[in-house]
Ligand binder design. Structure first.
Ligand code: GLU
Length: 309
């Protein structure tokens, strides 16, 4: 076993769709192919209050596809203390400030006619920083990270990257007294020893923000792999208006998982024609450098084929 480790990190906020299946299957196949460890972390910090059922459905769907993981499933909500410690470390370094302003209000200050963008941002920071005793950190308020506002060129194993612009200080702790996604994911990936973050390219910009947090916390930045997304015919993210692309629906309709995997295999250049395939074969046949960089469209024809069993 090598010392590399990745993770599957579904949010139990909604039903998993064919695009999630693609990312999770590729993530899993890369891990199993290279003999890395792969963890399952449920990112349950937001979403419905009663998450038990959604979490179980996500687990059932992954298992149905033939995806497995090492060790017990981890609940993100059980590790909040670690994010709190990271927040305190950032506060102690003067790299975070609490700020009641909404995004809109901040944008309004930032686009005011006087001064440079940098001066305006600094005024927001100065008006909000150091107003508290560092030993008594108010947690039921928004905390923002003093980001470096710059253009960042990230290295990525999968996507052709354009520079990512970090324009503003972003929220790391929310007024509901819990870490934001950006902070929680960095803290968890670090403490769970994740060396390779593999996920959809909709999170590519987040990697820029997260890289800044890693640096501020003195931690190694993982290797990024941002995979192509699966889009609707209008090239927009899959949504209800594109019809039902939920895996749960496909499973309930009796579609064999091998059809889902066979379709993803064509997207990954493993096969030219739509033919069913199981997860083990997918893993064996996947040529990692051949994973396409461009997003895929889930066509009506492909959907029809899924139902044609
Ligand atoms: N939980 C996040 C999502 O489902 C993914 C987080 C990540 O991979 O960094 O969008």
């Amino acid at each position: 076993m090598t010392s590399r480790r990745t993770r599957l990190a579904p949010s139990p906020t909604g039903a998993l769709h064919i695009g999630n299946a693609s990312s999770f299957l590729i993530n899993w196949a890369i891990a199993r192919k290279y003999d890395w460890e792969i963890l399952l972390r449920m990112e349950d910090l937001d979403g419905p209050r009663k998450k038990g059922e959604t979490i179980q459905t996500s687990i059932d769907i992954l298992t149905w596809l033939g995806i497995d993981w090492d060790g017990e499933m981890i609940l993100q909500s059980e590790g909040i203390q670690h994010s709190r410690d990271a927040l305190k470390s950032l506060i102690n370094q003067n790299l975070a400030y609490h700020c009641e302003l909404t995004r809109k209000e901040i944008d309004a200050v930032a686009s005011a006619p006087h001064g440079t963008a940098k001066q305006r941002n600094n005024s927001i920071r100065q008006n909000n920083i150091h107003k508290h005793n560092k030993q008594e950190v108010p947690l039921c308020t928004n905390w923002r990270f003093t980001a470096s506002h710059c253009s960042m060129q990230l290295e990525d194993m999968c996507c052709t990257t354009s520079p990512q612009i970090v324009e503003s200080d972003f929220v790391i702790w929310t007024k509901s007294n819990s870490p934001s996604y950006q902070l929680a994911v960095v803290v968890d990936d670090h403490r769970q020893g994740i060396t390779d973050v593999i996920r959809g390219n909709d999170l590519f910009h987040s990697a820029a923000l997260q890289s800044q947090l890693y640096e501020a916390l003195g931690w190694n930045i993982p290797t990024w792999w941002h995979l192509p997304l699966v889009l609707g015919a209008d090239k927009k993210r899959l949504a209800k208006r594109h019809g039902d692309s939920r895996l749960e629906t496909f499973r309930n309709e009796g579609i064999p998982p091998e059809r889902i995997i066979g379709l993803i295999a064509t997207w990954c250049n493993i096969q030219d024609n739509l033919t069913p395939m199981n997860a083990i074969t997918f893993c064996k046949e996947l040529d990692v450098p051949s994973i396409p960089k461009k997003n895929k469209i889930f066509t009506q024809k492909e959907k029809q084929w899924l139902f044609d069993f």
